[in-house]
Each structure stands twice: as structure tokens, then as C-alpha cells.
Design a binder for this molecule. Sequence first.
Ligand code: GLN
Length: 280
Amino acid sequence: MSELSLTCGSLLRKATIAISGESPRLDAELLLSHVTGLSRTSFRAWPERQVTATEARRFEALVQQRVSGHPVAHLLGEQEFWSLPLKVSASTLIPRPDTECLVEAALELPLADNARILDLGTGTGAIALALASENGGWHVLACDAVPSAVELAADNAQRLGLPVTVVLSHWFDQLPPGRFDLIVSNPPYIARGDHHLNEGDVRFEPSSALVAGEDGLDDIRAIVESGPRWLNSNGWLMVEHGYDQGEAVRALFERAGLVAVETRRDYGNRDRLTLGQWPG
Ligand code: GLN
């Protein structure tokens, strides 16, 4: 390797050309930062900074894996959500920035300081942990049907020192009895056979976290049908869904007897979540 190829600037330039996808420069910076421990801002301020030959080799190996499609979060073992560094694994969905819209919407609700909150299908624990980080008085329970996801979410809670209890349960099926003031979920909502499942990072995520029947609504239907039995009077149900599912999800909420039903948009201005209140 020549001297020149060992500067941060030249390594990043080469990697950015090799990587395809939506954010090649950002991906390259995250990988180089992971390998060197240097901050992303330092790459801009000091592009001629040299890295060691070992660091350059480790970086180039990660870039090769990114080029063959592996998600950056899997290569780093970590993804930030709501400014919390979360461990990720191949057994769950990688938290998406748009899911932060659920957290924002939840924080706008008039929830008491001792509210009981449930996150169904928590995966890494993202939503539950973000909410717990905002109000230490809330009692946050999270569940997942996949044992390794339960372990991962519990591990994230422990590492971040956040008081979230994580249990194994397929939706409500194995939950201890009780009622909640807010139930949130980012369930699978992609239709089986959707072409997106063969493109990009989702190819490396488990279908158990993505696919929900012929129309993508099987899991949302199950959650909305049972939800009211687990809600306190005036408690809220909130689910993430696909950009084209708002109308169908609102109809499911209304059929289940929820009121004040409303769909909100994500950062890309597409329908992303629906919420409603259980009158009791
Ligand atoms: N928003 C994700 C995607 O389109 C899907 C997440 C989900 O099914 N819950 O990749």
C-alpha cells in the first residue's frame, strides 16, 4: 500500500466510489470511524491524517462486505436510535430513523408520570428504550416473540442503564395480566412477495421482523383486535405501518372501537403511523 492510500481522505474517496446505495460517503465514514476510533468530523477537518496499514486493511475488508450488501449496522454491531447506541444483530430489524416519529408522537400524548407503557415486538428495544430515556417514572414493558431478540433488548437496556423489562411473548399471548396507558408497536407490515424484500439492506434482516401475510396487515390486525383488552380507559394504541396502509389501518382501529384515530407522517412526508384512543 502506498503512503498516499493510507490517508483518511484517500481511503474515504475510494470507498465512496465502491459502495453503492443511498449514502456511500456516510457509510464509508462510519466504517472508518469504527476502525480508527476517529470522529467523522475529524475526517473533514484533517483528511490528510494517516492511518496504520492494519487499520487500512480492516477498513477495506469492511468496505468489501458493505459492497456485497451487508448493512452498515451489522458491520458495526451497532445502530443509533433516539441518540442511544443500540447493539444490533441478525435476529431483529435494524432500527430506522422514521421509527423515531413514533417516539415523538408518544411524547406528545398526555401521559401521567407513572404511566404503564408496552412495546410489542421490541426487537433491539429501540422504542421502549427511547421512551424510558425520556421519563424515568414510566413503567415500560417490552416483548418479543424471538428469544434472541429478548436477550438483545435486555442487554441494550442493561448497558444503557434504562429500566425496561423485556419478556418473551408473541404479541399479547404470553404477557402477564395488566392494562396499559400506551401500547406502541413497529410490527412487520410488508406484504409477502413485495419486491423490496429482495433489495438493499432488508435482505439481511429476518423476515419475522418484516413480512406479515398477503397484504402486510396480518400482524397489525392481530394487535388492533386484541389491543383494547390491554388498554386502560383513555389509553392509546399506536402502530407503525407502510406509506400506503394508512387508510386500511385507520379502518381497523375504528372497527375495534378506538376513537380519535389519526395517521401521522414520517420525515419523508409519507403516512407512517396511526394512533387511536380506547374510550373504555
Ligand atoms: N420500514 C421498514 C422497511 O420498509 C419495514 C419495517 C417493518 O416491517 N416494521 O424496510
